[in-house]
Design a protein around this ligand. Structure first.
Ligand code: BDP
Length: 700
């Protein structure tokens, strides 16, 4: 088992009662429709039946009245639905589904019904997953619908197939061979996404190349869009703001210039002539050297609206990223997005969504939620998570990200209402015309198991599940993923859960405990680099940890950068007090003396050291648990993970030793006796160089 089949590798049903029950249902499936999505449903059911029951289904022979399993859309099933059930289903929205028993002429049929074919497809995947998890019961009614409208993967894939911050090989988009050659992987990719409810993909890097907007590339993109459509997935592209100059022969990209506007209108019309349901553009502008409206004396809303206007007649969306910080480092980077966007609130067109990273710095192992959530009253704000583990161990570490995302989603913002949470904000359209969004930066590449580390598949899976329902608990996701990936044995599930659920906290401990952040290696971001200095200040580590002989941490209270004031007063007041702020955020907002007394009664220095050491111990524990599973799992996957856990252990020790030895040069205090004493030579750690670390932007 090389991991290619992801969580969709249907296994024979072992429980004989369940097997009989499912066998009976599968023996007579009546499909009420035949369109492209129903063909996908049909082949999924055939595959599942062969794998789970060892039986093939002959759809042609099936008689509607005699069949036990009915699958269709609400419209087709109308004659069999009571008025109240019909309206209940209708209320589930375009992508919602319902399943349960329906009676017709005295006979009962287990029925899966969606409002649209894609809802039915989601229902079928849910049905099959429940069987695989062993939780299926035909007498339990299930109805569900996605709580966020656009559930989107952002690929940071370049046209030359390198992937920015990608750790799973090259891009799966083979632009060279498209449009003629269609890699079978594209369908498997779409199927995997549909099985977890992902309905949108942006194909290209946010550090964009204008070439993707040329006619030749449109033909290639069209092939993917056509393939993805029956899976309910819309395609988006990243639009380089200076494209009118690069591929349009214009001298400017000023959004108020009529020629520029007409370039984008024509370009957009052309895309829609190839792809009538094209999703829209995703734009990174005036950030990290990307071109944007500022070059032309215009603001973000003027830039976004110009593109949104070109998309509007086609129903397209313009997704504008809030990850901006100016070239001159004059303000704490933490503050810049709020400073730039809050004054523009109310200026954006209805079809603009502002895509905001979960935290204000940059996908750090742990960040407090971004203060833009709750701060914009009239602008639709969407979430951007990073599934690829740029700062979280890249391809060598097992870090289950769902708990981190859950922490952010469940954070109270106290705005716009006293009970608001991030999750509620991203689920709520600002007006009936606006739509909600959750995006995740993809961790997929052309490696055989898709994500490099087998357990990184769980992060792709988790993203889909959390985008579908931002209120879901991480342990439910991990349990489902484990059952679908490895099997249902209770002991197996519980052991793997004990590895996955604490893995994020473990990484935070051995990398950046107690609110430390941005202390990784320069450029590639691999491994520790708390000593990184020189060059642009806010790309160095010293700028963030500010360690000195007195203490450590970034003062973001009113005596420092005052970034804290960008949060609701309930948070700002509470967190400005070192004894009230949750300790996990302490050094994010405060510069604290080395002897500061923590809640445990220990000094800050001691507590930092204990956290680093605990991180390493947690990885050792993960290794032990995995080792105990050797006889319960197939050798190929067990060995892959076992080897990577050994690498993770080495890397965790490297982080602990390098960071503690370095911080000790400021604290001048001994390491606590109870920890494994950090060993090694600081100069040696500093001298390590990784010129071929993966996933670096090619121009860096
Ligand atoms: C940072 C990455 C950089 C991305 C940037 C972004 O280091 O490669 O281009 O985010 O989100 O995390 O635009």
């Amino acid at each position: 088992n090389d991991g290619y089949k992801l969580w969709l590798d249907y296994q024979p049903i072992e429980n004989s009662t369940l097997k009989d029950e499912v066998g009976e249902l599968m023996n007579g499936i009546y499909l009420f429709d035949q369109g492209p999505t129903f063909e996908i449903i049909q082949s999924e059911l055939s595959l599942a039946s062969e794998k789970m029951l060892g039986a093939s289904i002959d759809f042609k022979k099936i008689n509607r009245e005699k069949s036990l399993l009915w699958i269709g859309t609400r419209e087709q099933l109308l004659p069999f639905l009571s008025a109240s059930l019909e309206s209940e289903i209708k209320n589930l929205g375009e992508e919602g589904y319902w399943m349960g028993m329906i009676e017709s002429d005295g006979a009962k049929h287990f029925t899966i019904v969606g409002n649209q074919p894609v809802g039915t497809l989601y229902g079928v995947f849910n049905f099959l997953q429940n069987i695989q998890k062993g939780t299926f019961d035909k007498n339990t009614l299930i109805s569900d619908y996605p709580k966020v409208k656009i559930r989107m993967l952002n690929h940071w894939d370049n046209l030359d197939r390198t992937v920015e911050r990608g750790y799973a090989g090259f891009s799966i988009w083979d632009w060279h061979k498209l449009p003629e050659y269609i890699d079978p992987k594209y369908k498997d990719y779409a199927r995997a996404n549909a099985s977890i409810g992902i309905n949108a993909v942006s194909l290209t890097n946010v550090n964009a190349n204008a070439l993707v907007l040329t006619t030749d590339f449109m033909k290639k993109v069209k092939v993917l869009a056509d393939l993805f459509r029956p899976y309910g997935i819309k395609v988006y592209l990243t639009a380089r703001f200076s494209a009118p100059m690069e591929i349009g022969g214009l001298e400017t990209a000023d959004p108020l210039d009529p020629e520029v506007q007409s370039f984008w209108q024509k370009k957009t019309d052309e895309i829609y002539s190839f792809i009538p349901d094209f999703g829209g553009y995703l734009v990174k502008a005036n950030s990290e050297g990307q071109p944007g409206p500022h070059e032309f004396g215009r603001d973000h809303s003027q830039g976004a609206n110009m593109l949104a206007e070109a998309l509007a007649p086609h129903g397209g969306l313009l997704i504008w990223r809030a990850f901006v910080y100016s070239h001159e480092v004059d303000e704490d980077r933490h503050k810049q997005a709020n400073l730039e966007f809050i004054p523009l609130d109310g200026n954006f067109r209805d079809n603009v969504i502002l895509q905001v990273k979960n935290g204000a710095i940059d996908f750090q192992p742990r960040e407090p939620f971004h203060p833009l959530f709750g701060a914009m009253k009239e602008t639709q704000v969407g979430m951007e998570f990073q599934i690829t583990q740029e700062y979280l161990g890249q391809a060598t570490q097992l870090v289950f990200l769902a708990p981190m995302w859950e922490e952010v989603l469940k954070s109270k913002t106290f705005r716009p209402t006293a009970n608001s949470t991030v999750s509620e904000i991203i689920q709520t359209p600002v007006s009936p015309r606006q739509v909600t969004l959750m995006a995740g930066v993809s961790n997929i590449g052309n490696e055989r198991n898709w994500t490099g580390h087998l357990f990184a598949q769980a992060n792709w899976f988790a993203f889909g599940k959390q985008a579908w329902n931002p209120e879901i608990n991480s342990d439910q996701i991990s349990e489902d993923w484990i059952k679908l990936t490895f099997g249902q044995t209770q002991e197996l599930v519980s052991k793997i859960n004990q590895i996955m659920l604490p893995s994020h906290e473990a990484a935070v401990n051995y990398m950046t405990p107690l609110g430390l952040h941005h202390i990784m290696g320069r450029g590639h971001h691999y491994g520790p680099g708390p000593w990184v200095t020189g060059g642009r200040a806010d790309w160095t580590s010293l700028y963030y940890h500010r360690a000195d002989s007195l203490g450590i941490g970034f003062d973001r209270t009113s005596s420092g950068s005052n970034a804290l004031s960008q949060y609701a007063p309930e948070i700002a007041n509470n967190w400005s007090n070192t004894s009230q702020i949750p300790e996990k955020y302490l050094l994010w907002f405060h510069h604290v003396p080395w002897d500061f007394k923590m809640k445990s009664g220990k000094t800050l220095w001691k507590e930092i050291a204990l956290h680093y050491d605990q991180g390493v111990k947690s990885v050792a524990e993960m290794q032990n648990i995995w080792a105990s599973l050797e006889n319960d799992l197939d050798a190929e996957r067990w060995d892959h993970v076992n080897q990577l856990l050994a690498v993770q252990r080495t890397e965790a020790e490297w982080w602990r030793n390098a960071c503690l030895l370095y911080f000790q040069t400021f604290s001048q205090r001994p390491f606590p006796a109870e920890i494994e004493q950090p060993a090694g030579d600081l100069d040696y750690f500093k001298s390590l160089s990784f010129p071929f670390a993966p996933g670096i932007r090619p121009s860096w």
